[in-house]
Write a protein that binds this ligand. Structure first.
Ligand SMILES: O=C(O)CCC(=O)C(=O)O
Length: 208
């Protein structure tokens, strides 16, 4: 069974308090899901049966994206946001789909507000790893982790409001200008594997 390859950076966002205030006041949240509210910025993206249209990233989100991209060492062109108004808002166990993503894309989760625990469960259900996601942190996951593990945000009744911003690199070129261009060929698995190896070598949470 493959190790859990994730990288967690606490205090990654110096302006986290202002960003949380922006996300709660300025974002128009979509209410199509029962368990939480969502919003998407950047390129259009389909997630969990919901089609999100293209939407320019406001500067606050673009600056979080820049921080996540620096940690991931590659650009992101979509940000799917989740609003957990209380600890009763959740996300069930799932693997993020790589359909439409650059295969070597890492997925970044930036967290604002109350700490919620991201629970990883190996596909064979033999192992569980709980990672508290603190205000201002960024967690990176790679494609191997998506293939071999599921993750969830479970109910934590005492938790307060939390926003997560999840960044992905969608395999679409040119539409958004040079800063969002996919810098590598979509189907080049050798790049995927080199990026994954580099990530795995540096992942402090490499458990296995
Ligand atoms: O809100 C979170 O931290 C979890 C996000 C997540 O699991 C996802 O976008 O797939």
């Amino acid at each position: 069974m493959t190790a859990l390859e994730i990288r967690y950076t606490a205090n990654a966002l110096p302006d986290a308090a202002d960003a949380l205030s922006f996300m709660t006041r300025e974002v128009r949240w979509i209410e199509t899901m029962r368990a939480r509210k969502t919003a998407s910025f950047g390129l259009p993206y389909n997630y969990s049966g919901q089609a999100y249209a293209a939407c320019e990233m406001p500067p606050v989100i673009a600056s979080i994206r820049a921080r996540a991209a620096a940690l991931a060492a590659h650009p992101f062109n979509n940000c799917l946001c989740n609003l957990y108004e209380t600890g009763r808002n959740t996300m069930g166990f799932h693997q993020d789909s790589y359909e439409g993503l650059v295969p070597s894309s890492l997925i970044a989760i930036a967290s604002l507000g109350a700490t919620r625990t991201l629970v990883f469960r190996s596909i064979d259900r033999a192992r569980v790893v709980a990672v508290p996601l603190e205000h201002g942190s960024i967690l990176l996951m790679n494609e191997t982790t998506q293939r071999e593990w599921q993750h969830a945000v479970k109910r934590e009744p005492d938790a307060g409001l939390r926003v997560s911003l999840t960044f992905r690199q969608i395999a679409t070129q040119r539409e958004q200008g040079p800063e969002n261009e996919v810098s590598e060929p979509f189907a080049d698995r050798s790049v995927t594997s080199r990026r994954s190896q580099r990530f795995a070598a540096r992942a402090p949470y490499k458990l296995g």
